[in-house]
Design a protein around this ligand. Structure first.
Ligand SMILES: *Cc1c(COP(=O)(O)O)cnc(C)c1O
Length: 385
């Protein structure tokens, strides 16, 4: 929700821009931290959701670790001041250059996604005479009941090592002198709103942990990934249900006294604390359809074009007519998928009205592109006002 002061400030600024509410971000981080601490759970922030400097600074300050999916993210995490011992590196296609860089930085752990990757990390670590800490990312074949494009834990997905490869995995771990096996890792998808999904995940985690321990491996880390969703339909409800989320793991995971439970939350931590603010360039009234053409497009916010994602759209300029009209809200990019919402009921809208696209803190700014040779995206934070 925006105050009159926010809106007055926005109306003096060039659009489009991402607006970040740093107070809401801090409240969200605190709520998550308190809920996790109640069970002694460890949180790593999934940096790919948002790596804006001011956002990262807050997340570092609360003491979370960093979950990275590229060498660039590992570098950014370390430059931001995350301790190397709290940086983990996942990703299905780590290059030799990225692995070498992460080895040089003595990060906490590689989350390894294939048998071949295990062998490569062992070889590269041997050349540096280092011991690489590794966790195995296992594909548990658990359905996350989310959009197909953001499901990652099914047999048909490219992520992780499949259950039938576990014996071969154990063999490699046994003969690899430069690997230290620390635990098992899972990440089954994103924007998960049905928490029962996590009960199913816990059952699988318990099975895999028992399997490895039966074989004589000690599992120190149970990393259950992230994926907790936010309520895109109620952007003002704001803080996700962290207590209920962590309680499921406390209730259903079998945790030994020497084991740590790790989480990798992205969206839930940052999603609600940002909106994309845009101006109406044109209103096109047709016979069957009314279009609003914004100065923001899929180059600023790709989620609707990429996975038909819903974002609440609001006209935040004062209403002048009191009439409600349905509009297709589109961007200026030369693609038909450059559409933020169809048949969106808004107050009657005019050129230069300010439009807020809500809940854009996760997978928004980070996915911005230069397509159509667009200007670089601008950000404004609540402490600028
Ligand atoms: C993207 C990702 C996450 C975070 O997902 P969210 O849905 O944003 O919580 C966690 N772990 C891994 C390995 C990821 O790739």
């Amino acid at each position: 929700m925006f105050s009159d002061k926010d809106i007055a400030h926005f109306s003096n600024l060039e659009t489009p821009f991402y607006y970040y509410d740093l107070n809401l971000l801090k409240e969200t981080l605190k709520a998550c931290n308190n809920a996790a601490n109640a069970y002694n759970f460890h949180v790593h922030y999934a940096m790919k959701a948002n790596f804006n400097d001011k956002v990262l600074k807050e997340i570092k300050a609360i003491g979370f670790g960093a979950d990275c999916v590229s060498g660039g993210e590992v570098k950014k995490a370390i430059e931001t001041g995350f301790t190397n011992g709290k940086v983990v590196f996942a990703g299905v296609g780590k290059s030799d250059k990225e692995i070498n860089y992460a080895l040089d930085q003595d990060i906490f752990c590689f989350n390894v996604e294939s048998l071949q990757e295990l062998q490569v990390i062992n070889e590269l670590a041997e050349k540096k005479q280092k011991i690489a800490k590794v966790a195995i990312r296992i594909n548990p074949n658990v359905d996350a009941h989310t959009h197909a494009n953001i499901t990652t834990g099914l047999d048909e997905n490219k992520f992780g090592i499949n259950s039938w490869d576990m014996p071969a995995c154990a063999d490699i771990l046994n003969i690899s002198a430069n690997l230290e096996f620390v635990g098992i890792h899972f990440h089954i998808g994103s924007q998960i709103t049905n928490l029962d999904v996590y009960k199913n995940l816990c059952v699988r985690v318990n099975e895999f942990a028992a399997w490895f321990e039966d074989k004589g491996f000690k599992i120190k880390i149970l990393n259950v990934g992230g994926g907790l969703g936010i309520d895109y339909h109620h952007p003002n409800a704001q803080i996700p249900a962290f207590e209920a989320y962590f309680k499921i793991f406390a209730d259903f995971l079998e945790v030994k006294p020497y084991q740590e439970v790790h989480f990798e939350l992205g969206r839930a931590l940052v999603g609600q604390s940002s909106s994309l603010i845009s101006r109406v360039l044109y209103v096109k009234n047709g016979k069957k359809k009314n279009f609003i053409v914004l100065d923001a497009g899929m180059t600023e916010l790709m989620r609707p074009a990429l996975y038909q994602a819903y974002h609440q759209i609001e006209n935040i300029s004062p209403s002048t007519t009191g009439v409600t009209v349905k509009y297709d809200v589109v961007g200026p990019i030369c693609e038909s998928t450059d559409c933020f919402g169809k048949e969106v009921a808004l107050q009657e809208t005019f050129r230069n009205d300010l439009i807020a696209i809500r809940s854009t803190g996760a997978y928004g700014e980070v996915m911005a592109s230069k397509y159509n040779l667009r200007d670089a995206i601008v950000t404004v934070t609540s402490d600028d006002i």
